[in-house]
Design a protein around this ligand. Structure first.
Ligand code: GNR
Ligand code: NI
Length: 182
């Protein structure tokens, strides 16, 4: 297992559309292990491959509150197949937009089709925080961030803040920020 670096705004890789997994081989198993280690360390309740720079449609999640009863969930090639008309609002956060939280309205219930680590197909119905989180993660696989669901004023404000932070940090992220400007 390895702890991987989580990429943050304004890294342009967050806007990539990830590729479907064709074969669930040892590389995918290792990726999932690394994603769990990285998500638990953060800590977060979900993580998509692209957040560690891997543009594959792989999502891990664990909504359990206590460390003793971890409920690790893996979704390979997840697809939302149905959404309820009823909406719900959660204050969302994202490990790729650290320390920024905003209310997002999304369908309250969704159906999700996905493969497990054995390549077996499943279709489940999710509601509440589970539904919000899986929609947030499927968005990541499509290059969409939760700030795309808030007002343009708020989105521009937080985006500028992260571009500025990257510039002053003078790190890898700063180079990405300059590429964004170019
Ligand atoms: O840790 C996370 N918490 C969270 C809270 C509300 C809605 C969505 C999330 S997902 C987030 C981790 C993350 O960035 N996943 O992509
Ligand atoms: Ni996120």
């Amino acid at each position: 297992m390895a702890l991987r670096e989580i990429i943050i705004l304004p890294d342009k890789r967050l806007r990539l559309v990830s590729e479907p997994v064709k074969r669930i081989d040892a590389g995918v198993h290792k990726l999932v292990q690394d994603m769990f280690e990285t998500m638990y360390a953060a800590p977060g309740i979900g993580l998509a491959g692209i957040q560690i720079g891997v543009a594959k449609r792989v999502v891990v999640m664990d909504l359990s509150k206590k460390e003793e009863d971890h409920k690790p969930l893996v979704f390979i090639n997840p697809e939302i197949t149905w959404t309820s008309d009823e909406k719900t609002t959660y204050e969302e956060g994202c490990l790729s937009i650290p320390e920024y939280y905003e209310e997002v309205e999304r369908p309250e219930r969704v159906k999700v089709k996905y493969l497990d680590l054995d390549g077996k197909a499943h279709e489940i119905e999710a509601k509440g925080l589970f539904a919000t989180c899986i929609q947030h993660e499927v968005d990541h696989t499509n290059g969409v961030l939760f700030i795309d669901h808030i007002s343009k004023l708020k989105r521009d404000r937080v985006t500028k803040k992260f571009i500025k932070a990257a510039k002053t940090a003078g790190n890898k992220t700063a180079r990405t920020a300059k590429q964004v400007e170019a």
